[in-house]
Write a protein that binds this ligand. Structure first.
Ligand code: GLU
Length: 383
């Protein structure tokens, strides 16, 4: 398959050939202020989305703002984030208003809004993930604009994304998008805290390294959303694993997309490897957030995994955690560093029983026909 030209500049985000599918994430601080929803600003953004559709691009929106908007309507303090119960109640009220607004403003351009409320599990469970992918593909082919948020009213603490930055990156992965644009109230990533003298905006970052992570400030500037720069960098990493570009730009001004795309005020994260080398399945695996256990392997197995082999029981030296067959686990080398993530073919107790054993003994140990590997190479991604 010939490699398609790669998106490499911010202006490519508006190019229907280089970026046929764009995910736009809109932060709470842009959508809601002291008076309620920022209707005028959203009207302008929706006009820009309609223009992108006119150019032949498909667009998925990930919209925050439900909690902030609902909290205003219910009169809850701390923007509805004082407790989980407040946030869940606020989201239930805010989400209706938010969806209504998107639907109304998109309809003014003849566009249908399609609401999807997702929980972490919807993108973690392989079958549900594939379902989300199929629904999004169908909606986009039918010309609709999916407007996605986390299902905040039902997602409990342990099963929530918590921030829409990572949700946007995971949605991009599921929909096989070409780029993600995170619109918030910051210009992008600065090389040090933006309030420090001499802080410089980084225009392009290729690969999220430790040096890049060290530049991020953990708090959300507005205090309204849940994401700070850290969650944005995590989103950039998820996108990178999937071979997807991600831009962080300041949406506070009018016509935010044009400001980012045409004036180039933003940080563009480019993946090191092209999408062709990151199969969708592996991308999904690499972005999984909840690992259920750990497999420790010996030096020989660690080397074999790096060369592309499956993990065999003979190289397994330790098992940690309670996990079932099909769960995602971390694979650590003998020094304790995580070298891979994978879907385990056995549950934790079977792994413990097979640890260090040659294949010939497996049937007798298990009492049934063994599988070819503990973690198959196709279900594994090196980290
Ligand atoms: N899902 C939350 C909301 O709609 C926003 C999460 C975030 O701030 O990233 O209010």
């Amino acid at each position: 398959m010939p490699e398609t030209p790669r998106l490499s500049r911010l202006s490519d985000l508006a190019d229907s050939t280089l970026c046929p599918l764009l995910v736009i994430k809109v932060g709470s601080a842009l959508l809601v202020d002291g008076q309620g929803a920022r209707r005028q600003w959203l009207t302008e953004l929706v006009a820009e989305i309609a223009a992108a559709k006119q150019r032949g691009q498909k667009v998925i929106v990930v919209s925050s703002g439900a909690i902030a908007l609902g909290a205003r309507r219910l009169g809850l303090d701390k923007g509805g984030r004082g407790s989980l119960a407040d946030a869940q109640a606020a989201a239930a009220v805010g989400q209706i208003a938010l969806s209504g607004l998107w639907a109304e403003l998109l309809a003014a351009h003849g566009l249908s809004a399609a609401q999807l409320l997702l929980t972490l599990e919807d993108l973690e469970d392989r079958r549900r993930y594939l379902n989300v992918t199929a629904t999004l593909t169908r909606l986009l082919d039918a010309g609709a604009v999916p407007v996605i948020n986390e299902n905040d009213s039902v997602a409990t603490q342990e099963i929530r994304f918590g921030d829409n930055d990572r949700l946007a990156a995971r949605v991009a992965q599921a929909a096989r998008a070409d780029a993600v644009l995170l619109l918030s109230d910051v210009d992008g990533l600065y090389d040090r805290h933006p309030s420090e003298p001499g802080a410089t905006l980084l225009p392009v970052v290729t690969g999220v390294t430790d040096d890049i992570r060290a530049m991020a400030s953990p708090v959300s500037g507005s205090g309204m959303g849940s994401g700070g720069m850290i969650s944005k960098l995590q989103a950039a990493e998820i996108a990178e694993l999937a071979g997807i570009a991600l831009a962080i730009g300041n949406g506070t001004k009018d016509q935010p997309i044009a400001r980012v795309v045409e004036q180039g005020i933003a940080t563009l994260f480019l993946p090191r490897a092209s999408r062709a080398s990151a199969a969708a399945r592996k991308a999904w695996l690499g972005g999984r957030l909840r690992l259920k256990g750990t497999l420790i392997v010996d030096a020989g197995a660690a080397r074999a995994l790096r060369e592309g082999a499956s993990l065999l029981a003979a190289g397994l030296s330790g098992v940690d955690g309670q996990f079932s067959r099909g769960d995602a686990v971390a694979i650590k080398g003998p020094e304790g560093a995580v070298i891979a993530h994978g879907l385990c073919e056995y549950d934790a107790s079977e792994c413990a029983a097979l640890k260090g054993q040659k294949s010939a003994q497996h049937a007798a140990i298990l009492g049934y026909a063994p599988r070819p590997a503990i973690v198959h190479r196709d279900q594994m991604v090196m980290v």
